[in-house]
Design a protein around this ligand. Structure first.
Ligand SMILES: Cc1ncc(COP(=O)(O)O)c(C=O)c1O
Length: 358
């Protein structure tokens, strides 16, 4: 069989360890069996510890986009403020509109972070009861100031904060309860380092109560339906059981490494790539908001990014990502997330140095 694999330095899917792949091939169990409920019950406290919460954590068998839709369908009663400074912020606005929910975008240029004062000013209108924020914009390598924005949203008691932490969860500490978040979602194929197909989603008691009021026009993505089954340690429909085995194993591995150590490793990998990018190129988003899990490098040398990636894949078995959408060739992205190590990052950077003659 052809070897399709290159080592992934892409911002999702990311490299998956053989032990995790092995956990995915655990012999099947039935999703209405006591064994499944045992697995589900075992996962819940681990997910709560991982997200620093005593509240509910759901697992959806779908990619993050589905749960972005779930988040707005279950919580928007009046109007949603979509914070947009990148492709995924824009996607959440599109999703909210497509669901027929009243919404408005607060847009910044893609290299400018969303500032808490901007959010406060719009929320003061009293029009909104939900806000969507992409914490780590994978399209631009921008890490928006989540704690500061959460602090602002907290001062508006009727407003729920829905956070896409897709490319941050598992690489950066996110304290769900302390920050007062209402929805926090992430697909598992990024810093959690599993294959794609499952999304973890913490939901506050407030958001669950809101969903009861809203009566969302959805079944697959309904929080009340999810909760009914969650209480029985089940999911409403057949979940991706292999993913749940793998998630269970990966959470154990994360605790074994130590969450703080895992986050420190991500900081260290980010520093390496940022220093390299500043030395040879530049970094796309404004300083002070650089992502800890991926770096979006400004192509100030005008290199052929597609050609660089082709050489990396064909001759060195490594893959990075070109810029996203209109940023293609103008930028390129190096992910430093999941189970990658500083040695992996050093190896990648020295290989790029060699290819480009830096
Ligand atoms: C920040 C962010 N949000 C949402 C998504 C959408 O994820 P998916 O395509 O897996 O649904 C992505 C995918 O890269 C992402 O990076």
């Amino acid at each position: 069989m052809k070897n399709w694999h290159s080592k992934l330095f892409t911002p999702g899917p990311t490299e998956v360890r053989p032990e995790v792949l092995q956990a995915m091939s655990t012999p099947q169990i039935h999703h209405r069996s006591p064994e499944f409920s045992e697995l589900y019950a075992e996962l819940q406290p681990k997910l709560q510890k991982f997200l620093y919460t005593d509240q509910t954590v759901f697992v959806f068998t779908c990619s993050s986009t589905g749960v972005m839709e779930a988040a707005v369908r279950n919580t928007v009663r009046k109007k949603c403020l979509n914070l947009v400074n990148g492709a995924f912020g824009a996607r959440w606005h599109q999703i909210t509109k497509a669901c027929g929910l009243p919404c408005e975008a607060l847009e910044n240029p893609w290299d400018v972070a969303i500032k808490p004062e901007q959010v406060e000013e719009r929320l003061r209108s009293g029009e909104f009861d939900a806000v969507t924020l992409v914490f780590n914009e994978t399209s631009t390598g921008m890490m928006n100031p989540l704690p500061e924005i959460a602090e602002v949203v907290k001062s508006f008691p009727d407003v729920l904060l829905l956070v896409d932490a897709v490319s941050a969860m598992g690489g950066v500490k996110i304290e769900f309860d302390r920050l007062g978040l209402d929805v926090l979602l992430a697909g598992v194929q990024k810093a959690i380092a599993l294959p794609p197909g499952l999304t973890v989603c913490a939901v506050s008691d407030r958001a669950l109560a809101r969903a009861e009021e809203v009566k969302p026009k959805t079944y697959y993505f309904s929080f009340p339906v999810m909760l009914k089954y969650h209480k029985k340690n089940q999911t409403p429909s057949t979940p991706s059981i292999p993913h749940l085995f793998a998630l269970n194993a990966q959470l154990d591995a994360m605790f074994e490494e130590g969450l703080e150590k895992r986050f420190a490793r991500h900081e260290e990998m980010a520093s390496l790539v940022q220093a390299w990018a500043k030395k040879h190129f530049d970094i796309y988003p404004e300083e002070g908001y650089w992502s800890k899990t991926l770096t979006c490098v400004k192509n100030t040398r005008g290199i052929n990014v597609a050609e660089l990636n082709r050489t990396l894949v064909e001759e060195h078995g490594m893959r990075i990502s070109n810029g996203y959408g209109d940023l293609k060739e103008k930028t390129f992205r190096i992910a430093h997330m999941g189970d990658l190590t500083t040695a992996d990052i050093r190896g990648l950077l020295s290989t790029i140095d060699m290819i480009l003659g830096l």
